[in-house]
Design a protein around this ligand. Sequence first.
Ligand code: ADP
Ligand code: MG
Length: 889
Amino acid sequence: MSTHSVIQTAGKNQDLPEPGKQSEMEHEWGVLALDDVLRRLDTDIESGLSADEAEKRMAKHGPNELAYRPQASILSLLAHQFLSSVVLLLIAAAAISFLTGEHLQSAGILAAVFINAIVGFFTELKAQMSLEALKKISGPTARIRRGGKDMHVAARELVPGDLVLLEAGVRIPAEIRIVESAALTVDESILTGESVPAYKSGLFVEGEEATSTLGFHGTYVLKGRGTGVVIATGRATRLGQLQCLLTQTASGQTPLEKRLEVLGGQLSILTLFICAALAVVGILYKEDVWAMLETSIALAVAAIPEGLPVVATLALAMGTQRMVKLGALMRELAAVETLGCTTVICTDKTGTLTENQMIATDIVLDRRVIKVSGVGYEPKGELTEGEEVIDPEQDDVLTEVLRAGALCNDARIERSKDDTWQVHGDPTEGALLAAAYKGGLEHKMLTKEFPRIGEIPFDLNRKRMTTIHDTGEQSIVAFVKGSPEQLIQACSSVNTASGIREMTADDRQWYGNKNEELAHNGLRVLALAMKTTRKSQWEEWSEKIEQDLTFLGLVGMRDLPRKGVHNALKKCHEAGIHVIMLTGDQPATARSIARDLNIIGNTAQEKDVLSGSDLEAMSADEMKSALQATKVLARVNPAMKLSIVKNLQERGEVVAMTGDGVNDAPALRQADIGVAMGLCGTDLAREASNMVITDDNFSTIVTAIEQGRIIYENIKRAICYLLTASIGSLLAIAIAIIIHDPLPLTPLQLLWLNLIMHVFPALGIVLQRAPRDLMRHPPRNPEEQLLERREFFEIITRGVLVSLSVIAAVQCMSLPALSGESLTAMSFTTIALSLLFQAWAWLGVGRHGSVRPNMLMWLMMIISYGLIFLALYVPPVSLVLETRPLGPA
Ligand code: ADP
Ligand code: MG
């Protein structure tokens, strides 16, 4: 399909600044004091805009959109149908007919051209519409706060004054002024070309650039967290000014489409050559020169497999649309082909294989184990020790753990409209909030009592996070939470019922064992620790925040496997796809969950589960063979993902890799199929991916692979069918000329068959659903030829059979004295019907066994039969086609 990238002006952005004024405006917003920013935009930092106000502003400013790329105009699509070499050939044929006085035939040819163009037009239109629909749903989104609630909206909904929530991986959805931030770092290379991360903060410092307080539309948050207020949207942003550069996405052809075009081209040349030769032979045999010329042109038109690329495009477009309904959004068509070849899936554990609905079940402190009851994030449940219910108010050590968990936290839990409790933010942190509630500690109250004055955000490589709070009594406290192995080592004291005392080696051993125990039961374990100091010592202290900590306790949280993942894993096993589970959790947790999911058996061997540090210690060769065998990789950090993908690829694997965070982007780009998570994934990960899984579910990846396979198989079948049809009619005519028979088909009949009738069975074939045993075969080799020798052989045999049956029919029929027209009617019917049988027969051929025809195939067949009937029995058509109604005999 051709690209039509006309840029039109979008929406009604009235406040479009002149380019020169842009930087003036930026400067003004950048240096403004925070209160003035909020006042000027008439918004509130706690609750954001109200829904009504947002609506009003939308009416004034228009949607937050850059220019949009309109669909290829209907007219140009139609014109496209008439601009091909085949059509030109046909027009030549029509001219010859006209000159030789066959006006009816000439009109017939033109009609055939027209009908063919209409069918082609609708096919391409359908494909185009599918692709446009895809683009729409894959548009950018934003997390904002409106009416006091955090919500996810399409980025186009944003208006000036909206509060945008930022975290690592977020694509900044409009021009914003930062109002609050922690270690906020942004990649602005898309605008500036410089890949140096830009540090952002809400407070303007004299001497800094004004842009240090601004976030620009289209840039990505690399690290940290923050909140910004929208100051400009749509074309009033810097990106809006650059729109022309960015909205022109190349909609190139997929490798398959390219290969088909090449194949089509080669076959066309071959066909032209054969047709020319036949014309010469025919003329030597003293056939009528004009008739011969016409026949060979018609033959050329009929036999040139012009429809190949269009059929493939339609199959890909319709296939990807079907995949959207199944939860898989392809970001590029080309990936669909590769998808079916996937040999290894590297999948994240948390959220993809599991629900990512964390619930704290165990708290370990002061050498005690406390169980927590309850479901989901609802703050209802009991804390029990042994048989005894605990009153948390009487238990200071417990309260300290719960408070640390609730304060060292960026999530919120809220009762949603349907009365269920939902988490906004990290589910791990949501679980800690719910546990604190159960112990009588309310998050909102706590944050008022102990306001946060500093933080070191969570980082996947450090696997921990620290927040610093003002306790109001001349002292400050830091809470740290993170992976137990490291944190237990970083503690020098421990909190107990009798006060803080030194942490002994024995304590470390005991808590270490408890951690292992919880992990063995499949729980994710976090350790909590704290450190207090006087306000006056704050300066010198901040360097060493995460050292010499006081250990508070461990929290174990459960995350259940997703439903359906079991089956999906089984399918992968049968389909010869190796699944590797990746997780940042510790090996014991990973092992237990992998066992639950049947990824590893009960008798798992050492090599089945590796940790990130194991991998790092290996040489490249060792790593390659280790990856071949392993099924679980624990404590991997995102940087390792890239080398894992590369190593697998060097072994010739076709790798699908899932990812959600900022740091996953390089691995997603490197993977053959980068799979981003639609729900939890960051915008950056999505941009780097080939496919987005809208429900974050592993099963959907497997479904997508299945679709990738069937789409490819169907295209291949349709090609085989179309080639059979071409060869069948080509041979029938060739044999007739050589054995000096009357020609079995008139030029117009050839056109009727090949331009009009064959399209329908071919469409029927590409729209077939996956057969049941599709996933019981190993993946196809991506290097494999489109058509293998076996298929070529089959196409040729079938083509020969079709042509022989036509010749046989002609021979039989010419015994009783039949008029010439009944004769061609007979051979026309023979070839048409035998080709329809072939369409059916190709469904039964293929690597993955046969496809059971569905309704669409039947529909297409009925249309085709209708067309044959029309050609034989309906007078204007049969008159032009020079056929006769066939009697029962
Ligand atoms: P996964 O790859 O399974 O999603 P993560 O990379 O998110 O795992 O987490 C890895 C580890 O980092 C966890 O096992 C835990 O020790 C620690 N961790 C996760 N989330 C947090 C958090 N919000 N605060 C502190 N530590 C965390
Ligand atoms: Mg995670």
